[in-house]
Design a protein around this ligand. Structure first.
Ligand code: NAD
Ligand code: IPM
Ligand code: MN
Length: 367
């Protein structure tokens, strides 16, 4: 049977609690759908590695991870030990760049059993995809400080947009929109204020739109787009955004759809030269870490996205269906962010059991 090699990286904080639940569900899916997962856990990209080695990653990390079929990642960040920009630029942001994972795909859906904080929004009313540019833009790391310590102290950080970088993420987003029933794409911009970079982004998006006559494409400035996410999230289908705008929208969207605890993401290298990386949208949540109450659904759903990417769409759909059924029908296992009394392990175990149960139903001969 098919065998997939998965690198697991737990990271910090609740990453260490939710990744095991993600793996539990992935193993249940493998068992039910007849493929094998070789999971190798790595102990780098965490504060502990920093303390032991003075670096987030071993120098040969690219060789160590490059041969895996996919990376299953939790979350990094433990600011008491290592400043966030150091830990993130030393790990996750290296993976995204080094493995050219230029698409960050972040689905936002209001599921049954989950309550939106927005009035009059129920299951099915919110269903869109944020496509975030993931390798350049505002996250350039180009800039510096001059005249430090003087009254002329000056800090500069550039935004970098390349034609290849902009066009490839737009193309991915337009292709995605073209394949969806509503065929609607919105690009986020701020070309009224960010007067050099964002008019360029608009130009490239408008040019791309010409190649997709079936896609209804429009743009929103990021400020009003944020407001409309709250007022009328149902109108969005595919939203494509630069790195920073996409980062913000992909926390705002899931919050409107109930909790960031369920939001998944896929950092994709569409060319498949390198492994893609699957992780929840949320971070290491130091405020609740160690208490066993983190919601594992973002991690488990990210696992479903990984299965889809690996070429196991039936298993991916089964994981998502199991998530939806447990959220809708098992209020007693839901974690506190979902308004329930449950635990990370309890919710993960319930979803894994549901995956296994559904697999057995499929095996029954039709009467
Ligand atoms: P965060 O996402 O970790 O937490 C924000 C809030 O949401 C917290 O109140 C937290 O308790 C809650 N929350 C997050 N995930 C949850 C879950 N699964 N279940 C229930 N509640 C959940 O964001 P933050 O506080 O800005 O960042 C904390 C650390 O994580 C920082 O070090 C930050 O740099 C890092 N971070 C890492 C990643 C990543 O590795 N991909 C992403 C975001 C933030
Ligand atoms: C995310 C995170 C990261 C980002 C941080 C931790 C660098 O917020 O994956 O959304 O901004 O990309
Ligand atoms: Mn973020």
């Amino acid at each position: 049977s098919q065998r997939y090699r998965i690198a697991a990286i737990l990271g910090d904080g609740i990453g260490r609690e939710v990744v095991p639940e993600g793996l539990r569900c992935l193993r249940a899916a493998a068992e039910a759908h007849g493929f094998e997962l070789d999971v190798v856990e790595h102990d780098f990209a965490c504060a502990d590695h920093w303390l032991r080695h003075g670096a987030m990653l071993p120098p040969d990390w690219k060789d160590v991870l490059g041969g895996f079929d996919a990376i299953f990642f939790g979350a990094v960040g433990w600011p008491e030990v290592v400043p966030d920009h150091v830990s993130l630029w030393g790990s996750l942001l290296q993976f995204r760049r080094g493995f050219d994972q230029y698409v960050n795909l972040r689905p936002v859906r209001l599921l049954r059993g989950v309550r939106s904080p927005l009035r009059d929004h129920g299951p099915g009313d919110i269903d869109f995809r944020v496509v975030r540019e993931n390798t350049e833009g505002e996250y350039s790391n180009v800039g510096g400080r001059i005249f430090e310590g003087t009254d002329r102290e000056t800090v500069l950080q550039e935004t970098v947009l390349t034609r290849i970088g902009v066009d490839r993420v737009l193309r991915y987003a337009f292709d995605l929109a073209a394949g969806r029933p509503r065929k609607h794409l919105t690009w986020a911009t701020k070309s009224n204020g960010i007067s050099i970079a964002m008019p360029y982004w608009d130009e490239r998006a408008a040019a791309m739109a010409k190649q997709y006559p079936d896609v209804v494409a429009d743009k929103d400035h990021i400020d009003i787009l944020a407001a409309k996410f709250v007022l009328r999230p149902g109108q969005y289908d595919v939203v494509v955004a630069s790195n920073l705008f996409g980062d913000i929208l992909s926390d705002l969207g899931p919050a409107c759809a109930g909790t960031i605890g369920i939001a998944p993401s896929a950092n994709i290298n569409p060319d498949r030269t390198w492994p893609s990386l699957f992780e929840p949208v949320h971070g290491s949540a130091p405020d609740i870490a160690g208490r066993g109450i983190a919601n594992p659904v973002g991690q488990i759903w990210s696992g479903a996205m990984m299965l889809e990417h690996l070429g196991e769409p039936a298993a991916a759909a089964a994981v998502l269906a199991a998530i939806e059924r447990v959220l809708a029908d098992r209020p007693e296992v839901l974690t506190p962010d979902l308004g329930g009394p449950g635990t990370t392990e309890g919710l993960g175990t319930a979803i894994a059991a549901e995956i296994a149960w559904a697999g057995r139903q499929e095996d029954q001969p039709v009467q």
